[in-house]
Ligand binder design. Structure first.
Ligand SMILES: [Zn+2]
Ligand SMILES: [Zn+2]
Length: 349
């Protein structure tokens, strides 16, 4: 065991403070990574403030962060895929049982015995796991990812959660050339959704509540933008979409989007509104439409996504901050005042 620097919060209302946390010494199969950048995901904020207490109560002190990019500093003797000096990444998962049907299908994100990168029971040290707002992390090789060397690494960090969360459902949903695809909500997730849908060759329509995001949506790769508050604009697109990615985390009218689907079209939700969404059965019945959900992706698919980003030069749009600004960044995140993800420069620690 060794001690590493981190930023932690001691309670749901506490500010982040500089602290130190234990990490295990690398075992034979472990990779030790010096963290260079860590993205700030909205779920970091939910967990720090214990807002998901019913499904995932927060254990304090908490060190969040699951959008990690860094450099390998040490590897165990049985590690074959990484060597010191390599760029490497860690996402939302650091372990799973490897034996259940989900793991065997490469869907570690659905494993009932998974270990999340933070706030999850730590099998090695007891207590809970600590995330990426820290100097270094030690992770089983099976959960470490390769980072294409051409990526802008501060902007690559958010790919590990926001990237795979949007890439996975669109890949599975057949988003490709000739398809009409909508992306609802232009935040951390939505802006990646627009980039991927565009890179997959689809006709991309971005939905937003704020008309002033138009220029940005076009720059990110949207072919059209629809202001969702404008009923006439919405009506023009009725029954025409193959796939809609709904990345809105606040309460909203999901039927307005289901009604935009064509026959057998799918709305996939990747945001997590606190209150249940009211779904009109008729909206689904007419046109055999589907409402689905999706959460991150498996390890192999996450690697596929990173490689795709390397080949297509895709990064998240980030505002780089020093760790000392993390409290302020959380306040701004609540106001959606970031384009489109904060990435913490861990050298500041
Ligand atoms: Zn996340
Ligand atoms: Zn499993």
């Amino acid at each position: 065991m060794y001690s590493t620097k981190a930023y932690s919060a001691a309670s749901a209302t506490a500010r982040f403070v500089s602290s130190s946390i234990p990490r295990r010494d690398p075992t034979d199969r472990d990779v030790q990574i010096e963290i260079l950048f860590c993205g700030i995901c909205h779920s970091d904020l939910h967990l720090v403030r214990n807002e998901w207490s019913s499904i995932m109560p927060t254990v304090y002190p908490i060190v969040p962060g699951h959008e990690i990019v860094g450099r390998v500093t040490r590897v165990g003797s049985a590690v074959t895929k990484y060597k010191p000096g390599d760029l490497a990444a860690v996402g939302c998962l650091v372990d799973s049982d490897g034996t259940c049907p989900e793991c065997k299908a490469g869907l570690e994100q659905l494993c009932p015995n998974q270990t999340l990168t933070f706030n999850s029971p730590d099998k090695y040290l007891g207590g809970v796991t600590y995330g990426g707002y820290s100097d270094s992390i030690v992770v089983d090789e099976r959960f470490v990812l390769r980072v294409p060397s051409n990526l802008y690494i501060a902007g690559a960090a958010p790919l590990l959660c926001a990237g795979i969360t949007t890439y996975s459902p669109m890949r599975r949903g057949g988003v490709t050339k000739g398809k009409k695809v909508g992306v609802v909500g232009l935040g951390g997730l939505g802006h990646m959704g627009v980039k991927f849908a565009h890179a997959f060759g689809a006709h991309v329509v971005a939905f937003t509540t704020s008309p002033n995001k138009k220029e940005d949506a076009l720059r990110l790769g949207a072919d059209e933008i629809v202001v969702s508050r404008n009923a006439d604009e919405m009506k023009k697109h009725a029954g025409s979409f193959d796939f809609i990615l709904d990345a809105v985390a606040a309460d909203h009218d999901i039927n307005a989007y289901i009604n935009l689907l064509g026959r057998d079209g799918t709305v996939t939700i990747v945001g997590a509104p606190e209150k249940p969404l009211a779904v009109s059965a008729f909206s689904l019945l007419m046109g055999r439409r589907k409402l689905a959900g999706s959460i991150i992706g498996g390890i192999a698919e996450t690697q596929e996504m990173l490689d795709f980003c390397g080949a297509h030069h895709i990064n998240a749009d980030v505002e780089v901050i020093p760790i000392q600004k993390v409290n302020e960044a959380y306040e701004r995140l609540l106001k959606s005042d970031v384009k489109y993800r904060f990435s913490i420069d861990m050298a500041s620690l």
